[in-house]
Design a protein around this ligand. Structure first.
Ligand code: CIR
Length: 262
């Protein structure tokens, strides 16, 4: 396995969706406060600015009140350099989010594949490392979905590698690839045998939320309020861009899930 180096890797576009007022009805496993909608809109606006600062052209889709979690667009698709894959979210209330993003993705990709029931996949479970895609087997992504995803990836000359996720919501809730063979991860994934050849930066347990940081074109977006993780990423040589996502965190959302980058 040869990982692409950061200099070869470049994203040019992103898709986001404006959060809806019903976001306070989003799925959550936490006892945190309900999100404040106006703050969430402000934070989302800053997030878009940060994506643009990283050089991305951003498509902003409208809020859709039917789907409280629909700002978390990452879960609805996997966008690779060779094809797009529409997912089938494991969460019942989120399945309809795929239909409302399909046309946007079809405008961007000639080849669009689909995960079909009984397979379920959420994009937050898929971590791209060059040509290799680590697929978390989680409460949202099942074996059948992972097998379909691996077949699709193989068809386009890419690889899918499964990873068991027992504690985190998604694989990328607890791990992020920040290029140059370097993984940012929580304790849950520290001993994962399939990650042993990576340089590993372990996020301190009181900053676990920041394990979901996002590398984009020589910069790394880091959530606000996690100074040790920010310093760790800077020690790996990257400029960090700090974004406040506290309102999204209240409904289990991290930085990466707010966009699809390609
Ligand atoms: C959910 O539970 O589906 C949403 N409330 C949060 C989704 C976060 N997505 C992600 O980390 N990729």
């Amino acid at each position: 396995m040869v990982n692409k180096t950061a200099s070869e890797m470049k994203f040019t576009r992103a898709i986001v969706r404006t959060p809806c007022r019903n976001m306070n009805k989003g799925l959550t496993s936490s006892n945190l406060e309900k999100p404040d909608y106006n703050n969430a809109l402000e934070q989302h606006h800053e997030y878009i600015k940060a994506l643009k600062y990283c050089g991305l052209e951003v498509t902003v889709l409208p809020a859709d009140e039917r789907y409280p979690d629909s700002a978390f667009v990452e879960d609805t698709a996997l966008l690779t350099p060779h094809c797009a894959v529409l997912t089938n979210p494991g969460a019942e209330s989120r399945k309809g989010e795929v239909a409302i993003i399909r046309d946007t993705i079809a405008d961007c990709y000639k080849r669009v594949e689909t995960i079909k029931p009984p397979g379920t996949v959420e994009g937050g479970d898929i971590m791209m490392v060059g040509n290799d895609f680590y697929i978390g087997l989680s409460g949202r992504t099942n074996e059948a979905g992972a097998n379909q995803m691996r077949r699709i990836l193989r068809h386009y000359g890419m690889n899918g590698i499964t990873i068991n996720v027992n504690e985190a919501l998604h694989l990328k809730t607890g791990s992020s690839y920040i290029e140059n063979n370097c993984l940012l991860l929580t304790k849950e994934f520290r001993k994962e045998p399939k990650f042993r050849l990576f340089e590993q930066l372990e996020v301190s347990s009181d900053e676990a939320y920041a394990a979901n940081s996002v590398w984009i074109n020589e910069r790394v977006l880091v959530p606000h309020g996690f100074p040790k993780t920010k310093a760790l990423i800077e020690s790996a040589g990257w400029e960090t861009v700090v974004i406040d996502t506290s309102e999204f965190r209240n409904v289990d959302g991290g930085l990466s899930c707010l966009s699809l980058r390609f």
